[in-house]
Write a protein of this length. Structure first.
Length: 222
């Protein structure tokens, strides 16, 4: 049976009143391309639905141009309307916008919990792991508790110049929930897989993270 993956995006376009933001386009576009090449069915949804705000878009990148022009990006489903039972994996794409709407959105948490508890893969990249900060399982435990994770680091937040603007430091928040944060070099690919939880540190990690998700789903099929 064909595997189905959901890519979840932020709907927030405000980076703390400092600048505009949104989802980071390559962090969705490159996984979208990799999943489709693997033969998966891929759907895209956002917190509010419709066309989500973009950040970091490079029209010279064919994968990004194709994703931005796709009907599923131009009119995303609303996460509240998503039936999580249809998916074998969910990928929470990053972008600073996620820091404001992912952590407390009930459907961000619901979808991750339901996919994971059905034996699926939960993946997140860069600031996408903000979706995991408040994601609890049915027994009330945090999904990330005791697990190894990657996420945008405090050092990268400082280098980006918004460590004092974001509502919290992502790596610290995940650690507070019991995760074991494993930082890599600044701006270099860093992917950490712990069972069916796969996370990536930054934009450079998006494609290799997607490849690992493909591998995890292929293992389930074997």
């Amino acid at each position: 049976m064909t595997k189905r993956v959901l890519i979840a995006l932020t709907s927030n376009d405000d980076l703390g009143g400092v600048e505009k933001t949104g989802y980071y386009v390559p962090e969705a576009a490159h996984p979208w391309e990799i999943f489709r090449k693997a033969g998966f069915d891929v759907d895209v949804a956002s917190v509010k639905g419709g066309e989500p705000p973009q950040d970091g878009y490079d029209p010279g990148d064919p994968a990004q141009a194709a994703f931005v022009a796709s009907p599923e990006q131009r009119d995303t489903a609303r996460l509240a309307d998503v039936d999580a039972s249809r998916y074998d994996a969910v990928l929470y794409a990053g972008g600073h916008g996620t820091m404001w709407d992912f952590p407390d959105d009930p459907d961000v948490r619901r979808i991750g919990r339901e996919v994971y508890e059905r034996g699926g893969v939960v993946a997140a990249v860069c600031h996408g792991p903000s979706a995991l900060v408040n994601l609890t399982l049915s027994d009330g435990s945090y999904l990330v508790a005791g697990k190894r994770v990657a996420a945008f680091t405090n050092a990268e937040e400082e280098l980006r110049g918004v460590a004092g603007v974001v509502p919290f430091l992502l790596a610290d928040a995940l650690t507070t929930r019991g995760a074991r944060h494993e930082p890599g070099e600044n701006w270099q690919a860093q992917v950490v897989v712990d069972g069916r939880l796969a996370t990536g540190q930054n934009p450079a990690s998006a494609a290799p993270l997607a490849e690992r998700v493909v591998e995890l789903l292929a293992e389930q099929r074997a």
